[in-house]
Design a protein around this ligand. Sequence first.
Ligand code: ZN
Length: 263
Amino acid sequence: MELLARHDVVVVRADNPGPFTLTGTNSWIVGRDPAWVIDPGPALPDHLDALERELSARGGLGGIALTHDHPDHAEAVPALRERCGPAPLAAARAADLLLADCDAAGPMTTVATPGHSPDHLAYLVGPIAFSGDVVLGQGSTLLIPDPGALRGYLAGLERLRARRPELIAPGHGPLVTDPLAKLDEYIAHRLERERMVVDALAQGLRTVDELLAAAWPDAPKALRMAATVTLAAHLDKLAEEGRLPDGVERPPWPLPLGRVGQP
Ligand SMILES: [Zn+2]
């Protein structure tokens, strides 16, 4: 908390709780005269009111940075600009300021962290990492299958770890006060899941149902779709590495997900 105060950061949490959004989307406001917003969140009128109040107390909106363009993070961009005036949008795609790894945007610098989505960025302000959906306050994240998604995700976690953040301010859920341990846990969790998938394949399991039962026995029903999608990312990585046996059923993609990242 003290680190947040020292770097003049506050959170405005949106009222959009759900299995993917946990307690709701965290919109982070950084600095003042003017302030930047990381992930304005869903376009809910109460949330926009709260953002506008905080921004006007801080000398207005200097820019908007997106960790990625899923609607639970990005939907409020047009409405916020309408209310607070035209401010540049910074993101990895479809933005005024196109960002890659180690770029500057307002008071932040970027860390490329693909995997949850190909355009995903984390932002650093001093020792605080704004991790979007790459590291959540609780549980693990959904990987969207895309060529190289899982390899990119693991590399992004390592890249973030190499910057040695002291605090992670996630897109959903509580602050992570032991970032290095949490990043190690995420990397270990992903590799453990891979080991379970490899074991299941070695036992001759080939269908999506069999592989999910063997490698995600702990997935609650609400997250079964997320596990299915993440299984595809794991199978893609094994295929890219020449480690996937023949005859494995791949979950169809895209699934009829609707709005990814929304409850
Ligand atoms: Zn999200």
